[in-house]
Design a protein around this ligand. Structure first.
Ligand code: PGA
Length: 256
C-alpha cells in the first residue's frame, strides 16, 4: 500500500506579503521525503502572490498552494465569496473545507460542506475536509457519532469512490490553538475509527485517503504523531506561521 503524506499550513487570518516571501524563500531548497506533499493555505488575497512567487522561485513541485475555503456556487450574486474557477485561475490545487471555525463562527452545516466538497472535486481541486468533536462531545463519548455525522453527508453527496481525491483532516476542536494536543494514542485510535468508517463503504478507497491530524501540532510533537499507522501528516495552524518550525514539521512527514 502506498499512501501519500501531506503537511498543510492553515494560516487562518494571519500572515502578509512578507510572510509569503519568507516562506517561499525558506522552503526553496527543502528536501522532502518521498511521497510527501506540502500545501500552504494563506488568506484569499495572498494566493496570487504565493502562486507567483512559488512559480518564480521554482519551488519543489510537491509544494502546493491551497485556499482556506471555497464557495459551493459556480458564480453569481454571492457577495464576498470565492469560486472554484477563481482558485483554479491562480493555480490553487487544494481547499480546506469545513474547518471547525467555519462550522462554529459562520454556521456552515455538514450539508453545505458536502456541497463545497462536491464543487471542489468537480473543479479538480483537492478538498481537505475537516472534521472533529468538541470537548463536551469527547467527554460524553459522542466522538464517533459526531465524526460519522460529519462524514456521511459528504459521502452521500459525492459518493465514496470520489473520496480517492479527498484528504480528511481530523481536528479535535478542543486541541485547536490551545496547546492541548490529543495524545498520539488517542489521535491514532480516532484516525483508525475514521478509516474503518470509510472502509465500511469502500475498503480500497479507505486505504488510500490521507488522514491528517490537526490541533496544536508543532516541531516537538509531530514525529510521534506522524509515526502512527493511520496518521498521514498534519494540518498546522499556529506553527505554520514560523518558517523554521513549519519546515521541521514538513521534514518529519513520510508516505506510508
Ligand atoms: P493549530 O490550528 O495548529 O493552531 O492548533 C490547527 C487548525 O486549526 O487547523
Amino acid at each position: 500500500m502506498t499512501r501519500r503524506a501531506i503537511v498543510a499550513a492553515n494560516w487562518k487570518m494571519n500572515g502578509d506579503l512578507t510572510l509569503v516571501d519568507t516562506m517561499v524563500t525558506g522552503l526553496k531548497n527543502m528536501q522532502l521525503q518521498k511521497n510527501v506533499n506540502v500545501v500552504i493555505c494563506p488568506s484569499f488575497i495572498l494566493l496570487s502572490e504565493l502562486s507567483n512567487k512559488a512559480n518564480k522561485q521554482k519551488l519543489n513541485k510537491a509544494i502546493h498552494v491551497g485556499a482556506q475555503n471555497v464557495s459551493e456556487h459556480k458564480s453569481g450574486a454571492y457577495t464576498g465569496e470565492v469560486s472554484t474557477d477563481m482558485l483554479n485561475e491562480l493555480s490553487v490545487k487544494f481547499a480546506i473545507i469545513g474547518h471547525s471555525e467555519r462550522r462554529s463562527y459562520y454556521q456552515e452545516t455538514s450539508r453545505q460542506i458536502a456541497y463545497k466538497v462536491k464543487a471542489a472535486l468537480d473543479a479538480g481541486l483537492t478538498p481537505i475536509l475537516c472534521i472533529g468533536e468538541s470537548e463536551v462531545e469527547r467527554a460524553t463519548e459522542q466522538t464517533e457519532t459526531i465524526l460519522s455525522a460529519q462524514l456521511q453527508p459528504v459521502i452521500d453527496e459525492v459518493g465514496i469512490e470520489k473520496f480517492i481525491d479527498v484528504v480528511i483532516a481530523y481536528e479535535p476542536v478542543w486541541a485547536i490553538g490551545t496547546g492541548k494536543t490529543a495524545s498520539s494514542e488517542m489521535a491514532q485510535e480516532t484516525h483508525q475509527f475514521i478509516r474503518q468508517f470509510l472502509a465500511s463503504a469502500n475498503e480500497e478507497v479507505a486505504d488510500k485517503v490521507p488522514l491528517l491530524y490537526g490541533g496544536s501540532v508543532n516541531a516537538s510533537n509531530c514525529d510521534e504523531l506522524f509515526a502512527q499507522p493511520d496518521i498521514d501528516g498534519g494540518l498546522i495552524g499556529g506553527a505554520s506561521l514560523n518558517v523554521e518550525q513549519f519546515k521541521q514539521i514538513c521534514l518529519a512527514a513520510k508516505g506510508k
